[in-house]
Write a protein that binds this ligand. Sequence first.
Ligand code: ASP
Ligand code: CP
Length: 344
Amino acid sequence: MSLTGKHILSSDQFERQDLERLFQLADLLVPVARGEQVTRVLEGAVMASLFFEASTRTRLSCETAFLRLGGGVTSTTGTEVTSIAKGESLADTSRVVTGYVDLVVMRHPEVSSIHEFAAATNVPVINAGNGAGEHPTQALLDMFALHREFDRLGKPMDGRRIALVGDLKHGRTVHSLVKLLSRYQDMTIVCVAPEELGMPEYLLELAAERGHRVEVTDQPSLGLKDADLVYTTRLQTERFKDRPLPYSDDFRIDSALVNRVCREDAVIMHPLPRDSRPGSNDLSADLNRDPRLAVFRQTDAGIPTRMALFASVLGVADEIAGSLRPARWYRPEYTGPDDAPFYK
Ligand code: ASP
Ligand code: CP
């Protein structure tokens, strides 16, 4: 499927061959993401980044990806400084902003927001998170990062055991991820969550309909066992409002648990942010030196993946290979102090 001119609202828009094409392009763009090469295929294009909900990674990596393609970025964050605070509708906002720019990336707390926004314009709109709905660009970068991890470990993508852990009910990243995982073959998808935070039924059914085994447990020590990928998530506290938080210490993923139950060659991911406040029961920083922890390789994957997506949506993907030239400024050989073994 050609992505040119398309809104990207759900990860279900991508079939396996679309993913493979996108990841080939992302591979080509890794040196650009690392500041080793330059491309200008989007010179003159402008992206609007509209973030009506908190973000560090998605906003900065989308903006950086567009800038590294040679484009320009205009942005706003929060509704209080836009005319939405004066009662302007999302549809009017969409028509106005997309009269200025060539592509929009939007995050909003309401599930229906992105559909309302996209329906009001022919300019491509990218969903950067719609409430507890989806986060398709996160799932794309997760799959790109996972491809690279499994390649390094000599494992094929098909036939893997994948544990999705935490707040699977409200976690939009896992909703989008299940849709992409189910495009591969012969997967076992293990949903590990407290009963009241389980994966929505329609996603369990979708995975089963596409021929995968689906298992459900509320016991991390069972669910993580034998998994090739452990994908942990944060309790989405912002979706609870006045309700109590239903979580227990069991959901703290730390080195004691990982060393006790996980495979030696497991990959551990998390979309981040991880909640580092005392008592938060999220992914523990005591795993930071464990080579199985891929969370920063995962965040690094955000730039080439989003570059590949923007270039494809704006119809310049074929120009990238011929456009690359060396960068001339200083960059360290690798970013994090423990990254050396993973840089290639
Ligand atoms: N950053 C991801 C999201 O916005 C995951 C999270 O916040 O827990 O969905
Ligand atoms: N993973 C992710 O979406 O991070 P942010 O919420 O910081 O954008």
